[in-house]
Design a protein around this ligand. Structure first.
Ligand SMILES: *Cc1c(COP(=O)(O)O)cnc(C)c1O
Length: 388
């Protein structure tokens, strides 16, 4: 036990107490609507199974995933609560998910037929949630296809092949409360619910809202909200939801950290990294960070992004490489190889956040955290830093 292990080159540390408390706060805020924690894409880079457990402990009524394999992984990890999965492709085999009581989304009559076939093979009614495309033009039945889909679903219910447990849609611009698409989509959704009711469908849950809508549009919450980004403590509509996020006490759960490989002086006029796109104006000191674009730090992060080293934010210099990047330590001669760095974290000590990285790159924090991986190791802790 006393054997010391090599220090992590660079790692993702996920505070599961933060995830737990974020879920609890969001859930209380949206009540009486039920709460779905969206854990797709490996929990937005935070670890799907671990995040799912923390979310369940905090009372998440549902888990949401995109692919069937993600739903399978939750069941294999022992989760036996409600799980909705929404991205089956044609030809998908649903049998084990019907047996596992996963709620499956259907976008079309053809997909409904595949699910029905699975249900009759395994001799169990499938749980199906019908998706209406209210304007995103992505998945879901178009309003023109909707009457046909609900009629086919009602027939399948009567035949005992499935039960329609939900009707749902997804918003175009929930991060922009003034966008006209919001009200337009709500109206299409209300109409779709009315059509479903006329054929006799009685879904358990109607749902439309992701994190931003759950926070900003109480009228879009219906019976259930699907929160992804906010459970990780990140701001789904920077500048719009920021204050509410902080009032609710939501805290970013992810920290990316490690130690500097090398610290070396460069003289004025020296070019740095591939292409010498950055040339030192003055003598300075560079720190070598062992993380690169193969680990999910976009090449576009330089110039612009910063890394926290020895109590200060240090700018990236020159191109981000596949395995490493360089930061400018200025005339700080206290810093040596092995010095800890924080690429991003909750921001409480002054370190950059995923949102800061997103702004430096010209993207959204969703892409920053879900893209981090590669050779970064991942460790789950509770707030005190203790392992869970
Ligand atoms: C990813 C996703 C969500 C979660 O969105 P956030 O903005 O992260 O809260 C909700 N619903 C669907 C359909 C999704 O694909």
């Amino acid at each position: 036990m006393s054997e010391s292990t090599a220090p992590a080159r660079a790692e993702i540390v996920v505070d599961l107490a933060a995830v737990h408390d974020n879920v609890a706060a969001l859930r209380a805020h949206v009540a009486p609507a039920a709460f779905m924690a969206v854990v797709k894409a490996d929990g937005y880079g935070h670890g799907m199974v671990e995040v799912a457990r923390a979310a369940r402990e905090a009372g998440a009524d549902w888990l949401g995933v995109a692919t069937l394999d993600e739903a399978r992984a939750l069941r294999a990890a022992g989760d036996d609560g409600r799980v909705l999965c929404w991205l089956g492709v044609p030809g998908e085999v649903y049998d084990d998910l019907v047996v596992g009581d996963v709620d499956l989304s259907a976008y079309s009559v053809a997909q409904l037929d595949e699910i029905r076939a699975a249900a009759s093979r395994v001799g169990r009614a499938a749980r199906v949630q019908l998706k209406i495309d209210t304007g995103l033009a992505r998945g879901g039945a178009t309003p023109g296809e909707w009457p046909g889909l609900v009629a086919a679903a009602r027939d399948a219910e009567e035949a005992g092949d499935l039960r329609v447990t939900g009707i749902w849609s997804h918003l175009v611009a929930s991060d922009d409360p003034d966008h006209p698409a919001n009200a337009a989509q709500e109206a299409v959704f209300a109409e779709a619910l009315a059509v479903a009711e006329t054929v006799g469908l009685q879904p358990e849950v109607r749902h439309l809202a992701n994190s931003a809508a759950a926070l900003l549009r109480p009228g879009a919450r219906h019976d259930l909200v699907r929160c992804g980004l906010a459970i990780y403590g990140l701001d789904p509509a920077p500048g719009v939801t920021t204050e509410l996020m902080s009032d609710l006490g939501l805290v970013p759960a992810m920290t990316v950290q490690g130690s500097l490989v090398r610290v070396k002086p460069v003289t004025a006029g020296s070019g740095v990294s591939y292409g010498h796109t950055w040339v030192a104006e003055h003598d300075t000191t560079l720190g070598l960070v062992p993380v690169g674009y193969a680990d999910g730090v976009p090449r576009a992060a330089s110039p612009g992004a910063e890394v926290w080293v020895a109590g200060r934010r240090r700018p990236l210099r020159g191109r981000v490489c596949m395995d490493q990047l360089l930061v400018d330590l200025g005339d700080d001669d206290e810093v040596a190889a092995g010095e800890p760095f924080v690429l991003l974290g909750p921001g409480t000590r002054g370190e950059p956040t995923a949102q800061d990285w997103a702004e430096a790159i010209g993207t959204i924090s969703y892409e920053v955290v879900s893209g981090l991986g590669g050779r970064l190791t991942r460790r789950h802790v509770c707030r005190s830093g203790e392992p869970v």
